[in-house]
Design a protein. Structure first.
Length: 172
């Protein structure tokens, strides 16, 4: 049986819980960008970062909050382009705790994010994914993203070079 999960936009008051979520993701998966010891923000710095992000009106984070506990179990961040020539474009990052994968949370995060992006006249959504991350790749393809390119040896994970797909979705 899956846990009831509520999707909502993040607030600065979520800073500590969001930081905890990100640190857990850094620990439990090799598919996120940061290694376990690289995330050094304090809760106060995270709060300020969230305030700055939300103040733009062009970037946000949607969080997945588990039922009764209120624990943050996943997120999808959208960072909008800032210059006139790229204002229609946004870059995405998603992370979901392993115990909560396979429950449709990723699809729900994408649906809420896409609605938000359309309301703000975004036309292009972009992301990258490690080529061997088959579960994430399948989610992105189901959401209408297409592989646009291959970034060869884009990352080094556990001492090994890793390729990434560059993916995008055009909103009509």
């Amino acid at each position: 049986m899956s846990t009831v999960v509520h999707i909502r936009e993040i607030t600065p008051d979520d800073a500590e819980a969001f930081l905890t979520l990100c640190k857990r993701l850094d620990q439990e998966t090799r598919f996120m960008l940061l290694e376990p010891d690289e995330r050094t923000l304090t809760p106060d710095e995270q709060r300020q970062a969230l305030e700055n992000l939300l103040a733009t009106g062009r970037s946000t984070i949607f969080v997945a909050e588990a039922g009764q506990s209120g624990e943050l179990v996943g997120y999808l961040a959208l960072e909008g382009g800032t210059y006139r020539r790229e204002r229609q474009r946004a870059t995405l990052v998603i992370g979901i705790l392993q115990a909560f994968t396979g429950q449709g949370i990723g699809s729900r995060l994408f649906q809420v994010m896409e609605s938000w992006a359309r309301q703000r006249s975004f036309h292009r959504l972009e992301l990258t994914v490690m080529v061997h991350n088959q579960r994430a790749l399948a989610l992105y393809l189901r959401q209408g993203f297409m592989v646009e390119g291959l970034r060869r040896q884009a990352l080094v994970v556990d001492g090994q070079s890793v390729d990434e797909y560059y993916m995008a979705k055009l909103l009509q």
